[in-house]
Write a protein that binds this ligand. Structure first.
Ligand SMILES: *[C@@H]1O[C@H](CO)[C@@H](O)[C@H](O)[C@H]1NC(C)=O
Ligand SMILES: *[C@@H]1O[C@H](CO)[C@@H](O)[C@H](O)[C@H]1NC(C)=O
Ligand SMILES: *[C@@H]1O[C@H](CO)[C@@H](O)[C@H](O)[C@H]1NC(C)=O
Length: 398
């Protein structure tokens, strides 16, 4: 009897950790299931630690994830070093091959929901090396303060300070970078920060050097409507569920959980900010094929108190989709990747549409069998495919 119960519990537990709903057309599902199982285990341990009051959920996850950190080691093709840009730590990747001309410069911002991630993660270090080597570019991969220790606008401001430092003539010269060929790139929360700093730098009278391109890899761009079709359709897909996305967003602004609760109900935008909803209105901004079966409902108004306490979610520095057309109109050439099976799909799609509407040159790659995080996972076929597309776009346009 005891053994049967034990066996039953084991089967249920294994099934719980292995089971995820996956779309049929996803390649190499077992690799994704394995990754997702590890994430689920880590997430449950982190939740348990939080329940017992031992450690904040995000701190536990970051602790596990940092086992993949690699030191800044140079290899046969690329010199890697660490330094500070305006007191923000950065990793710099410089190709070793001789160059008679100035190089491209790419300022890269890692993802991780404003709570996790580092330029030192194996996957980001590898991507930056590849980028430097294949594009013959100087890559600056920046760090920034993370939640729960720091909240908005710290993340934004760290990245902005670091980028401003890089965009000085003497600094670019020091690293052999052509001031006419500097771009910004980032994935997920890093794509959010990339879009936000690109908008701000345009309006900064002290910055004389202009960005040539921005590349946004499945970026998060708005926190006003948490019920866009992709958040309903893909709410349970790896590697980012809707509830984790909302936890990340709310942690970006504040550690107490009131905002998260209101966001889960999509009832957090008070009436006095309802004019901002036009900028994230998926009913008018999404192409027909992504709206199928969903009916637009204006999010019900939230309490004014929330927005007073955590004004971040109505700030364009946190939600680049809230910029008006007269700002968007000046943006540099833009590359956006969206994935079909991603809660953030519609953020990217709406930005594509809004940029196109104001005449910005946009290249949009929609990955039909893509999911969140696919560009940086080690050893997947889809990763190579997406990285190749991304790097060849940069090669051509930066
Ligand atoms: C260095 O570049 C060569 C040629 O592209 C490549 O075959 C080799 O794998 C690279 N080495 C590293 C460590 O990436
Ligand atoms: C959203 O767009 C639809 C039509 O595309 C319009 O009927 C609706 O009033 C808009 N709502 C908001 C809040 O902008
Ligand atoms: C657009 O936004 C900028 C900066 O937020 C503001 O200065 C400007 O007045 C706005 N323009 C319009 C037409 O609303």
């Amino acid at each position: 009897m005891g053994r049967t119960i034990f066996l039953l519990i084991s089967v249920v537990l294994v099934a719980y950790y292995i089971y995820i709903p996956l779309p049929d057309d996803i390649e190499e599902p077992w690799k994704i299931i394995l990754g997702n199982t590890l994430l689920k285990l880590g997430g449950d341990l982190a939740s348990f630690g939080e329940l017992l009051g031992i450690n904040h959920f995000m701190d536990t996850l970051q602790f596990f994830l940092r086992f993949q950190d690699v030191p800044p080691t140079s290899d046969e093709n690329v010199t890697v070093m660490e330094t500070d840009f305006n007191s923000v730590p950065v990793r710099i990747y410089i190709p070793k091959r001789k160059s008679t001309t100035l190089r491209r410069g790419l300022f890269f911002i890692h993802g991780g929901g404003w709570c996790l991630g580092s330029a030192a993660y194996f996957m980001y270090d590898t991507l930056s090396r590849q980028t430097a080597h294949r594009l013959d570019a100087v890559v600056v991969s920046t760090e920034y303060g993370l939640a729960p220790k720091y909240h908005f606008p710290k993340q934004f401001e760290d990245v902005y300070r670091s980028l401003r430092w890089f965009l000085q003539e003497d600094i670019l010269e020091k690293y052999g970078v052509d001031p006419r060929r500097v771009g910004v790139s980032g994935d997920s929360a890093g794509g959010n920060l990339a879009a936000a700093v690109t908008q701000q730098i345009l309006q900064d009278p002290d910055v004389k050097i202009k960005l040539k391109v921005q590349a946004l890899i499945y970026p998060a761009l708005q926190a006003l409507d948490m019920n866009v079709p992709s958040q309903q359709e893909n709410s349970q897909y790896p590697l980012l569920t809707r509830s984790l996305l909302i936890r990340f967003w709310s942690e970006y602004f504040i550690t107490d959980r009131d905002l998260e609760k209101a966001m889960l109900l999509n009832q957090h935008v008070p009436v006095e900010f309802s004019h901002l909803l036009q900028f994230v209105n998926w009913s008018s901004l999404l192409p027909q094929r992504y709206k199928k079966g969903y009916f637009y409902k204006t999010p019900p108004p939230g309490s004014s108190e929330l927005a007073q306490k955590y004004p971040g979610f109505t700030d364009v520095k946190a939600c680049p989709l809230l910029a008006n057309d007269s700002i968007l109109h000046h943006l540099p050439m833009t590359y956006i990747i969206t994935c079909q099976y991603d809660v953030l799909r519609d953020d990217g799609l709406m930005y594509v549409k809004r940029l196109q509407n104001t005449g910005v040159h946009v290249t949009h790659h929609h990955i039909e069998d893509g999911f969140h995080g696919a560009l940086t996972l080690p050893g997947l076929k889809i990763t190579y495919r997406m990285q190749n597309q991304y790097l060849s776009w940069l090669h051509k346009n930066l």
